[in-house]
Design a binder for this molecule. Structure first.
Ligand code: FMN
Length: 158
């Protein structure tokens, strides 16, 4: 049975809240998914999941160093994540504060791993983004993204 893994770093809880909504929505949509703080992730965990979703606060328009370290460590699995589904999300303090560049910085790394990334023509195009604490709009975007990730993953991994 296909599985998902949502990985996040969060200092003040905003990204964590997004991660939990995405993870629950993936599971509700039929893709058994676990949600882990990056500090508790071993890169071997990446091999077990068919969909890997990564969230980070926006730090200077980029992923936090804790997420960057995991990506660097993932070089030991280079080539083994090819074809898995990937997605990203971010929380920032400000509109125009770099949350979309943060999402793209994560997606950039996932593409180098050969992962399959789906955009969204209606919702947050690159991945869910929040300004501060997630509001109803953000929760809805996280639910939508979780459902879309599950649908894509279940279609690729039967
Ligand atoms: C080191 C550092 C750098 C940050 N850089 C930005 C930034 O470039 N743009 C922005 O809008 N917010 C920035 N922030 C604010 C965080 O992205 C924002 O508070 C976010 O919601 C925190 O997420 P968390 O609650 O998951 O830790 C920064 C915060 C820190 C601590």
């Amino acid at each position: 049975m296909p599985t998902g893994l949502v990985i996040y770093y969060s200092r003040s809880g905003n990204t964590k809240q997004m991660a939990e909504v995405i993870s629950s929505s993936m599971t509700e949509a039929g893709l058994s998914t676990s949600c882990k703080d990056v500090e508790g992730v071993n890169v071997d965990d990446l091999l077990a999941a068919d969909a890997i979703v990564i969230g980070s606060p926006t730090y200077y328009g980029h992923m936090a160093s804790q997420i960057g370290k995991m990506m660097d460590d993932s070089v030991s699995k280079h080539g083994k994540l090819d074809g898995k589904v990937g997605a990203a999300f971010s929380s920032s303090a400000n509109i125009g504060g770099g949350n979309e560049t943060t999402v793209l910085s994560i997606i950039n790394a996932l593409l180098i791993h050969g992962m399959v990334i789906q955009g969204d023509p209606q919702g947050d195009h690159y991945g869910p983004v929040s300004i501060g604490k997630p509001d109803d709009r953000v929760v809805s975007q996280c639910q939508r993204r979780g459902q879309r990730i599950a649908k894509l993953t279940l279609s690729l991994f039967k």
